[in-house]
Write a protein that binds this ligand. Structure first.
Ligand code: PLP
Length: 338
C-alpha cells in the first residue's frame, strides 16, 4: 500500500524563501505531525532558511527539535511545574520557555538557573497566559527574552496588542501568533522601536500549495452490478466499478472535522451521522478519472473502497490518484521530496 506525500522540493523551498523574505523576523512553527511533512523535514528546512529560532508546540517535541535544528527552540506550551519539572533539556541555552505565572517561573529557575523565558499574556483567545496587569512585573522579574501573545484566528487584533505593549513598556521583543501582515505593519508603525516576531506555521509551510500533493495507489478495480454487496458492512453499491485505493483512517482519510466538508448538506450529514458513518454519503477526497467518487463504505484502516459510477473510465491497478487532504491531519506512509 502506499499513500505518499510528494513534494516538488525546488518549488516548495522557493515558496518558503519568498515567504520569509516578506515576513522578516518570522519564527517558523514546527509542531504536531509537522504539517504533514514531518517535523524533522521542517526543522531541516528551517535550518536551510537560516532563521535563528523555531517554535514547537509541546515539550515532547523539544529533544527532536534540538537534534534536527541548530538554533533556538521556543516551546509554546507553558512550563508547568507539576507536569514538566522532570524533563531533560530544561536548562539548555537553546530552549526558550513560555511562562504564565510566578510559581512556574520559580520552579523552572530552581531547576535551571539560566533558563531563558518568555512571558505569555492572556489574550481574548483565553487559552493561557498571565493577566495583562501582571505581565510587566513577571517579565521584569524573569529577565524575559520577550513577551508572547496568541490571538484568535482572523483579524482585528491591533488594539488588543497595542494595549499589551503599552502596559509592558520595558519589553521590546514581542512574539505574536495569528497576526496578519497588514496588522504587523500597522503595529510596526506604532512601535518602531519594538521587534515584532510573528510565529507562523500554516501560511509558511503551505506557501505554494501547488508544490506538493498526496497521491494514493489504486489497489484493485472491479466491475460491479447494481445491488452488489461490498465491505465490512455489506452495503449495496450502484452499478459501475468498485475501486480500492490505499489510504484509510490511519492516514487521516475521512477524519476531517465536519466544518471542512464542502457543502452545508454534507456538513449536516457529517454532524448527524458522525464523520465516519457519513462517509458513504459524501464524496471521498480521492480524484479518480477526473471525478471525486463516493466511498462505498467508511474507510478502513489503510485502504478505502470507492464507488465509481457507470460511464466513468476506471483506473488501472497501480495508477496513482491525487487525494485532497488537510495535511495537518494527514499521516502519509512516506514523504518524498524530489
Ligand atoms: C500552532 C500555533 C501557531 C502557528 O499557527 P499556524 O496557524 O499554523 O500559523 C502559532 N502560535 C501558537 C501559539 C500556536 O499554537
Amino acid at each position: 500500500m502506499s499513500f505518499v506525500l510528494h513534494v516538488d522540493g525546488e518549488r516548495w523551498r522557493a515558496g518558503h524563501d519568498r515567504f520569509v523574505a516578506e515576513h522578516p523576523g518570522v519564527v517558523p512553527v514546527v509542531k504536531g505531525n509537522g504539517y504533514g511533512f514531518g517535523r524533522d523535514l521542517l526543522c531541516a528546512e528551517a535550518g536551510r532558511l537560516g532563521v535563528p529560532m523555531i517554535a514547537v508546540g509541546a515539550y515532547a517535541e523539544v529533544p527532536e527539535a534540538l537534534a534536527a535544528f541548530g538554533g533556538d527552540v521556543l516551546v509554546m506550551e507553558p512550563y508547568r511545574a507539576p507536569i514538566h519539572a522532570d524533563l531533560p533539556d530544561l536548562g539548555s541555552r537553546r530552549v526558550v520557555h513560555t511562562i504564565t505565572d510566578r510559581a512556574d517561573l520559580e520552579s523552572l529557575r530552581g531547576l535551571a538557573r539560566d533558563a531563558r523565558v518568555l512571558v505569555e499574556g492572556l489574550t481574548s483567545m483565553n487559552r493561557y497566559g498571565a493577566p495583562i496587569s501582571d505581565v510587566a512585573q513577571l517579565a521584569g522579574d524573569a529577565d524575559a527574552v520577550g513577551v508572547t501573545l496568541h490571538l484568535p484566528l482572523g483579524t482585528g487584533h491591533v488594539e488588543e496588542i497595542t494595549r499589551f505593549i503599552a502596559a509592558v513598556p520595558n519589553e521590546r521583543t514581542w512574539f505574536l501568533s495569528h497576526v496578519s501582515a497588514a496588522e504587523l505593519a500597522t503595529l510596526s508603525g506604532r512601535f518602531p522601536e519594538h521587534e515584532l516576531r510573528p510565529r507562523i506555521g500554516t501560511a509558511l509551510w503551505y506557501a505554494d500549495k501547488g508544490s506538493y500533493e498526496v497521491r494514493a495507489h489504486v489497489l484493485d478495480v472491479r466491475p460491479v452490478a447494481k445491488g452488489t454487496r461490498v465491505g465490512y458492512r455489506q452495503r449495496t453499491v450502484p452499478a459501475g466499478h468498485l475501486v480500492v485505493v490505499s489510504g484509510g483512517t490511519s492516514h487521516g482519510v475521512a477524519m476531517e472535522s465536519p466544518s471542512s466538508a464542502a457543502t452545508a448538506r454534507s456538513r449536516a450529514i457529517a454532524v448527524t451521522e458522525g464523520v465516519l458513518e457519513a462517509a458513504h454519503r459524501v464524496r471521498s477526497p480521492f480524484t479518480v478519472s477526473g471525478t471525486m467518487p463516493r466511498f462505498a463504505e467508511p474507510p478502513h484502516m489503510q485502504c478505502s473502497l470507492l464507488s465509481l459510477p457507470v460511464g466513468v473510465t476506471p483506473p488501472r491497478v497501480g495508477d496513482e490518484v491525487p487525494v485532497r487532504m488537510r495535511l495537518t491531519t494527514t499521516t502519509a506512509d512516506a514523504v518524498v521530496v524530489s
